[in-house]
Structures are given as structure tokens and as C-alpha cells.
Design a protein around this ligand. Structure first.
Ligand code: NAP
Length: 345
């Protein structure tokens, strides 16, 4: 059995990790930390977990975590993981970090959009945890930087078409929408009910921190600099993420080639559901699951492909992909603990 620990277990991604790992056949959850709920049971904060998770939350202590866990998930706001991860690695623990602290290879890029990095030496070693695209690297890693939710939702439909040269990478537009849990559980005016209900709005237009993350990965895959236009939107639902992407199709590329590229790339991948030409994903159909549903349509007059991708921002966009990465890092079945049947409504 793999012994797993969660640092920051009471946040939205933390509790999703607790939910998934509690049902994982090969894992025992040995330690869960918090700062404000030390000594309390998870069910006191999330009553849905009553009679499911009993052990109390504890304060973070690297020695105790190191002694009792083989794998640790850090589900904390960025800036905190880079302070504690080096100590955990030194204690022989494998780490999957859900923040942005280990997603960038270039510390300068990280520092431009976040803050000075206190463990830049680990960025070269850290593996970007897009499980379907970098499975071998993830399998041999001791430190994985789990991708952001928007990058996961947008990169999965884009990468096969960039890699096969079927689209022109100079005209990519990403128009994405996220449910409110994307902002986390920390109270803020922006996420109060009266601020989000009946509201649908773009935010951080042209300045969102996931833009450089996506450009870094696309440039790596394309082998040349790729710049994108990304506009995130907040929608009044608790969880769910939809990305609609527009890209110029190369002159000699047809929809048959697009369908083949997706099939060759993801045909064997358990969590990518290809809906093909005319397929319209819906966040309702991926809710609570680790699935990414992908469909596409051609705009013939503009010779532009319209890609559509739906995930659950807390599962495939965070906790589910993190567990998928743990499965790969620990030589387990990639689907272990993640094969719950989706809600039908
Ligand atoms: N929400 C999403 O859809 C999503 C998707 C992908 C990635 N992420 C990333 O995942 C990370 C966690 O996000 P989240 O949405 O779960 O955030 P959240 O709901 O705000 O939870 C943050 C967690 O961190 C702990 N925490 C906060 N400040 C702390 C401090 N100073 N010291 C120690 N612990 C502290 C909190 O627990 P206590 O208050 O009990 O300490 C809480 O458990 C973030 O880096 C986020 O960018 C989030």
C-alpha cells in the first residue's frame, strides 16, 4: 500500500484529494495537514465526509510527514510549496505539487508572474504533470508540478494538432470559462454569492498567470516560440471548466487528419473522450470525473478549427490529475481510484 499525505487538506483541491484517495484501492491516507483546523476532523469542515474520513487534521511537521508518507500532495497557495518541498524530497518522499511553484522550467518566467523562486534548482528536475502528454517523464519523477486547470483544459486539445503541424500556431485564441471553485475556499469579495450569481464576466483579460504556462508548454512541443491570446471568464457554477479554442487550419489539412491526430494521440488514453467532428462537450458530463471531453468543428470560410474541451477544474484540472500522476510515479494502474462512474445529471 502507498502511504499518502496531503499538505493543505481543507482547501477545495485538498478535500477533492481526500475524496479520491479515500476510495483508492492501493493507497492509505496517513497524514492531512491544516493551519486553522488542527485537531479537528475533516467531517467537521466537510460533513459529506462523515463516516468516510475519521483521522484528525494536524499541523505541518516535515519529519512527521516524512516518516509517515511515501507520496505527498501539496495543495497550498503558490509560494508556500517551494518553501517546504525541498525538505520533503530530502526525506525521500515523492511530491506532487498542485500550485504553480514547479510548473516552469525558467525561474525568470516564474518570477515575472509570481515572485522570486526560493528553490530554483529544482525547476530543472521537476516534471510538468500533463499525464497524457508526458507519461514517461512523470513515471520516473520524484517531483511533479501539476498543471493549472485552464492549461489542462486548453493544452490537451491543442497539443496533438501543434505536434502534427495541422494548425498554424500563430493564431491561437483560447476563450475559457471556470466555475467559482477555481478561486479556492479562501473568502473573497469576488466570490460572494451576490457577486457571482446571475453574472458571467471575463477577468484578468490579457494578464492571466496561466498564459505564460501554456505558452511555455506549447513552445516546447512546437519547438519554436508560440504565443496565444487567452481570455478567462467566471461563470456562476461551483465546479466545471469549458475552453473554446480557435486556430487556423493549415491549407492542406482536413478534418480527417484532425480526427486521426486525436485518435493516434489519445485513442488509448483512459481519461480523454474524443467526441469527434460536431461533438459538443458539456461540463455536466465530466462533473466529479477525471475525464476531458474534446470535440471540434470547422469554420470553412475562415478555414479555422473550433476546438471545445470540458473538464472538472477540481478533478482533471487538479486532484484527479494529481492522483493520475501518483499512479504513474508509483507504477500503479493509471486509472486506479479514478474510475468512478460519472453522475448522469
Ligand atoms: N481550485 C482549483 O480549481 C485549482 C485547480 C488547479 C490548481 N489549483 C492550485 O491548487 C492550490 C490549492 O488551491 P485550492 O483551490 O485548494 O485553494 P484553497 O481552497 O484556498 O485551499 C488552500 C489550502 O491551503 C491552506 N493554507 C492556506 N494558507 C496557508 C498557509 N499560510 N500555510 C499553510 N497552509 C495554508 C489552507 O488550509 P488551512 O487554512 O486549513 O491551513 C487550505 O487547505 C493553489 O496553488 C491553486 O492555484 C487550484
Amino acid at each position: 500500500m502507498i502511504r499518502a499525505g496531503i499538505v493543505g487538506a481543507t482547501g477545495y483541491t485538498g478535500v477533492e484529494l481526500v475524496r479520491i484517495l479515500s476510495g483508492h484501492p492501493d493507497v492509505t491516507l496517513t497524514v492531512m495537514t491544516s493551519t486553522q483546523y488542527v485537531g479537528k476532523e475533516m467531517a467537521e469542515i466537510y460533513p459529506a465526509l462523515r463516516q468516510v474520513v475519521q483521522q484528525p487534521l494536524e499541523a505541518f511537521d516535515p519529519d512527521r510527514v516524512g516518516d509517515r508518507a511515501d507520496v505527498v500532495f501539496t495543495a497550498l497557495p503558490h509560494k508556500l510549496p517551494m518553501e517546504i518541498v525541498p525538505g520533503l524530497l530530502d526525506r525521500g518522499v515523492k511530491v506532487i505539487d498542485l500550485s504553480a511553484d514547479f510548473r516552469f522550467k525558467d525561474p525568470v518566467l516564474y518570477e515575472r508572474f509570481y515572485q522570486p523562486h526560493t528553490a530554483p534548482g529544482l525547476l530543472e528536475e521537476a516534471v510538468y504533470g500533463l499525464a497524457e502528454v508526458f507519461p514517461e517523464q512523470v513515471a520516473s519523477a520524484r517531483l511533479v508540478g501539476n498543471p493549472g486547470c485552464y492549461p489542462t483544459c486548453a493544452l490537451l486539445p491543442l497539443i496533438p494538432l501543434i505536434q502534427t503541424g495541422l494548425i498554424d500556431s500563430r493564431g491561437i485564441i483560447i476563450d475559457a470559462k471556470s466555475g467559482v471553485s477555481g478561486a479556492g475556499r479562501a473568502p473573497s469579495l469576488k466570490t460572494l454569492f451576490c457577486e457571482v450569481a446571475e453574472s458571467f464576466k471575463p477577468y484578468n483579460v490579457g494578464v492571466h498567470r496561466h498564459t505564460p504556462e501554456m505558452e511555455a508548454v506549447l513552445s516546447r512541443v512546437a519547438g519554436r516560440p508560440v504565443h496565444i491570446t487567452f481570455v478567462p471568464h467566471l461563470v456562476p457554477m461551483s465546479r466545471g471548466m469549458m475552453a473554446t479554442l480557435y486556430a487556423p487550419l493549415k491549407k492542406d489539412a482536413g478534418l480527417g487528419a484532425v480526427a486521426r491526430a486525436f485518435q493516434e494521440f489519445y485513442g488509448e488514453k483512459p481519461f480523454i473522450r474524443l467526441m469527434g467532428q460536431g461533438g459538443i462537450p458539456d461540463t455536466l458530463n465530466v462533473r466529479g470525473t477525471n475525464f476531458c471531453d474534446i470535440g471540434f468543428v470547422l469554420d470553412p470560410d475562415a478555414n479555422r478549427i473550433i476546438l471545445m474541451s470540458a473538464i472538472d477544474n477540481l478533478v482533471k484540472g487538479a486532484a484527479g490529475q494529481a492522483v493520475q500522476n501518483m499512479n504513474l510515479m508509483c507504477g500503479l494502474d493509471e486509472k486506479a481510484g479514478l474510475s468512478g462512474v460519472p453522475y448522469s445529471l
